[in-house]
Design a protein around this ligand. Sequence first.
Ligand SMILES: [Zn+2]
Length: 451
Amino acid sequence: MTVPDLRFTLVAAFALCASLANAAPPGATPLSPPGPVKSIAPHVPANWKAGAASVVVTPEKNLFMAGYASRKTPSVGKVQDLFVKALALEDEQGGRLVIVTMDLIGVPQTIRHFVAERVEKDFKLPPAALLMNASHTHSGPSMRSTAPTEEELKRPLTKDAYEYTLALQEKIVGVIGKALGELKPARLTWNKARCGFAMNRRRDYTLAPDDPNANKAPNPNGPVDQEVPALRVESPEGEVRAILFGYACHNTCLGFFNYCGDYAGYAQEYLQQYRPGCVAMFLMGCGADQNPYPRRSDVVPGITDLELAQQHGRSLSNAAEMAISANPRGISGPIRAAYEEIKLSYANNKRPDHDYPVQVIKLGDDLTIIALGSEVVVDYSLRFKREFAGKAALWVAGYSNDYTGYVPSLRVLKEGGYEAAAGWADDVEDRIAKKVHELHARVSAEGKGRE
Ligand SMILES: [Zn+2]
């Protein structure tokens, strides 16, 4: 065999091996070729304008990480980028709404206020029409949104965290501007599906203290909200330009020292994977007392925490795919939005009250979004879905516009435990619920006035 012949044979053999390695196993369904772009609901008028944009916010430096007090050393790198994403909507009357989602631990109130002020000044966006939500990934950086004192600056990485946060604020304003700058005709549809990996992570307080399971968590009988609501934003021709989807569960599959969006980061990545230009956004629900299970590799032999995060991400992206495909319900305008900060008191009345944000947004009579600040337990979501059951679909987000730790329901407050430890007064749920009802009544009445 001559040298060129030998080379040909080797190349052919390599190609055969490569094709065998890529071949589907016997009986497998072949990959379907991408079909032509087609609307999922051509009967729904494309009477919105929508724009979506995203920006990478992974720190360039290895900062301290947010979420677990036990991590005393900074990050060592990244396995996935962190993003801030913005979806801008404009109704037929020119009313606008911007939803911002962030792969970060929370939305510090100082950042909310900074961004709301800037986008009102720069883009004339009313603060009530800005919703900022964080996925609560425990694999993002610690932020520092107030200027450190001389003393604090002596601590390692404090200056870096502050500089990161200042730059982050500018990036958020920038990505909102970009989304607003890309407003184009769009059709909006909504539906929901279900996912299953969230489980109530508190112990079962209904058991007698001497029951052998009384101090064990998670609790498969505990309250949970498995709904995966999703908004599909498509071009008039049917190309999916943005997907906003939600779930109520902590992003705590991971506890390592790498930046990563956890299951929500992977769900977003998978939804975008075969949709060039599409922006998939995760809106965190009322998941304060919910964890992903199985959670750690020590309960599942032969699997890493990262693989579990990816599996839960796949499970959630599959649910979101169903939510944007099955029986699409058209969403009409107009946008009506209300935002107020109420006083929440602590049981210890020497502590100053906290200004707590409550936001209610209605898209016509089709979809109502309630966005609550900080880490609210699932009882809030279940309660409002019950109380506002009607024609409009209801979507309840937590972790929005503020980040001040856990906000229990009265039930959780009375039971005690980790989510009750912040020391709120007994009327915490009552004050929040009253404001939600008041704002809901206000935006509903505004709609009637205009019609
Ligand atoms: Zn948390």
